[in-house]
Design a protein around this ligand. Structure first.
Ligand code: CTP
Ligand code: MG
Length: 231
């Protein structure tokens, strides 16, 4: 059996509007290093064969010199420019990821993925072809109408909050994204599992992420990340 090729797409092309800082959040400093370095480090030390970093068109050369070269991320084989929305960035990353078997799509704004999580992603994707990290929700969830009146309270025992990494058989996710752009509805597409759910016949399975695996989104998250890093 030939060895399978595993590629990571690390997304760092967002503007970080909710963080409200001049520097995009993925490049803000966290304990002396730009935040994006943490996810890159974990992928580099893992079984993943190749990393593709997707960043803003104006940040490609910054990423090359100030991230990849400066911190020695030899696992990063390509730096590609992303697009206006997250799904545009993912699609560009997928177009760059030719000839691989599995792809691990990860938000660069989540510094706390770990080796165990990546191993779980690998097991799950090799078995099912499509999977996403998640954790059971802790709060009660409610669905409302447009005036915030509660319509119903879903059973929490089957509800998960979804994280990245999300891992897919490459042809499955590549084709699903092709279909999304050809014939699909782009509204409300916030993760990659949704694209597979809608535009492939493969069932997406969830695997255990971690409650530490936060997405640094608002200024409080940066404080939280600093605390988590000390533990
Ligand atoms: N992302 C991307 N390309 C985009 C939008 C987002 O690569 N056009 C990436 C972000 O850099 C981040 C991840 O997708 O690592 C998750 O997105 P999010 O947390 O929404 O980041 P931003 O879009 O940058 O933040 P905001 O929505 O507050 O503007
Ligand atoms: Mg966003």
């Amino acid at each position: 059996m030939t060895k399978k090729k595993h590629v990571a797409l690390v997304l760092a092309a967002g503007k970080g509007t909710r963080m409200n800082s001049e520097t995009p959040k993925q490049f803000l400093e966290l304990a002396g290093r730009p935040l994006i370095c943490y996810a890159l480090q974990t992928f580099q030390e893992s079984f993943v064969d190749e990393i593709i970093l997707v960043t803003g068109p104006e940040q490609v050369s910054y990423c090359r010199t100030e991230i990849v070269e400066k911190y020695g991320f030899y696992g990063v084989k390509q730096i590609v420019s992303g697009g206006a929305e997250r799904y545009d960035s993912v699609y560009r990353g997928l177009c760059a990821a030719q000839d691989c078997d599995y792809v691990y799509i990860h938000d660069g704004a989540r510094p706390f993925l770990d080796a165990g999580m990546l191993d779980r992603a690998r097991c799950c994707v090799e078995e099912c072809g499509a999977c996403a990290a998640g954790m059971p929700v802790k709060d009660t969830m409610k669905v409302t109408d447009e005036n915030n009146y509660v319509r119903y309270t879903p059973d929490r025992s089957h509800m998960w909050q979804i994280q990245t990494p999300q891992a897919f058989s490459f042809p499955v996710i590549r084709q699903a994204y092709e279909r999304l752009f050809e014939e699909g509805d782009l509204r409300g597409v916030t993760d990659d599992a949704m694209v597979a759910e809608r535009y492939s016949s493969v069932k997406v399975r969830l695997f255990e992420g971690s409650y530490r695996n936060i997405k640094v989104t608002t200024p409080e998250d940066l404080l939280l990340a600093k605390i988590l890093l000390k533990k």
